[in-house]
Design a protein around this ligand. Structure first.
Ligand code: UDP
Length: 329
């Protein structure tokens, strides 16, 4: 983790009760900052921040990102948006509104209060990429009318807004393209591959592999992602990004299933199911830019991160009720 902050600042984190947001708030409070967490709690959970209940430097605001609070802040991390495909596709128009109008509302707030603002963009801007691994200079291959477009195009439009607010209004912006992130505090029912496989392995039910399972992802542990976001926020003003934040260790979904079966000591089989539309075939970040500009690279090995996530998910009510108790290998 990077060193202590220069002094206490007022920091707004939208989507602060989610996976990345709550770990980010832990780190910001550790650095002595005063934090405002804005969240609707639809995919985030205030329980993720309950260990700060007595901390006067944290304020929880239950509201939508498109309805900004009247606050004077020094920094804004704009993370608000469902990130799991089943969740962001459930109400696609709402997802677009959150991505686009939410970004605009936060940029207006940053402009008004002279705050620096960081956008949680995504590897989804690369779509189903023809260039591998993906550098920031690659403009991507996104289907603008498919079921993933509400998220992909919403996040692409948000990037456009960020750079136009910089060009037109001189707002101090940072854009991070975050690749798949996992860790404790993932929702057990978010439908993502890491949670699905872990819950299935712990229950002893089949691990659902979509398609042939040869599609790849690169999974970054949440603490590494948070370290990258803070480094980017604290970087010199001319470092705007976009900067990839992700772990370059790439693996197929079949390999991920094998690892999770091994770590949980489960005897679950795998079950192949249809591949969702527009599912990207491969995904791996080129992180040279993050390394050069911010001295950042991920430190947590996949096995260690998965162990911590399995330990966390074993405690979730959904498994406790089902009486599942496989031990960690
Ligand atoms: N996937 C899978 N089984 C599942 C859930 C997901 O094989 O139970 C696959 C999915 O088709 C995709 C990859 O795992 O190829 C990652 O999916 P996830 O939803 O976690 O994130 P994405 O990177 O697609 O946004």
């Amino acid at each position: 983790m990077i060193g202590p902050a220069v002094g206490p600042r007022r920091v707004l984190v939208t989507g602060g009760a989610g996976l990345i947001g709550s770990h980010l708030i832990d780190a910001l409070l550790d650095r002595g900052e005063t934090v405002f967490c804005l969240d609707t709690y639809e995919t985030g959970d205030p329980g993720n921040l309950s260990h700060h209940a007595d901390n006067p430097r944290l304020t929880l605001l239950e509201r939508d990102v498109t309805d900004p609070p009247h606050l004077d802040v020094d920094q804004i991390y704009n993370l608000a948006c469902p990130a799991s495909p089943p969740q962001y596709q459930r109400d696609p128009i709402r997802t677009l509104r959150t991505s686009v109008l939410g970004a605009m509302a936060m940029l207006d707030l940053a402009h008004r209060t002279h705050a620096r603002i960081l956008q949680a963009s995504t590897s989804e801007v690369y779509g189903d990429p023809f260039v591998h691994p993906q550098p920031e200079s690659y403009n991507g291959n996104v289907n603008p009318i498919g079921p993933r477009a509400c998220y992909d195009e919403g996040k692409r439009c948000a990037e456009t807004l960020f750079f136009d607010y910089r060009r037109v209004h001189g707002v101090s912006i940072k854009v991070a393209r975050i690749f798949n992130t996992y860790g404790p505090r993932m929702q057990s029912n978010d439908g993502r591959v890491v949670t699905n496989f872990i819950i299935q392995a712990l229950r002893g039910t089949p691990l659902t592999i979509y398609g042939d399972g040869l599609q790849t992802r690169s999974l970054c542990y949440v603490e590494d992602t948070v370290d990258g976001l803070i480094r980017l926020m604290e970087s010199p003003d001319d470092v705007t990004g976009p900067v990839n934040i992700g772990n370059p260790t790439e693996l197929t979904m079949l390999e991920l299933a094998e690892q999770i079966i091994g770590l949980t000591g489960s005897s679950s089989p795998v079950l192949h199911m249809p591949l969702p539309a527009d599912d990207p075939r491969q995904r791996r970040p080129d992180i040279s830019l993050a390394r050069d500009l911010m001295g950042w690279c991920p430190n947590v090995a996949l096995q260690d991160g998965l162990r911590a996530t399995i330990l966390y998910l074993r405690q979730t009510p959904v498994l406790k009720l089902a009486g599942c108790s496989p031990v960690l290998a």
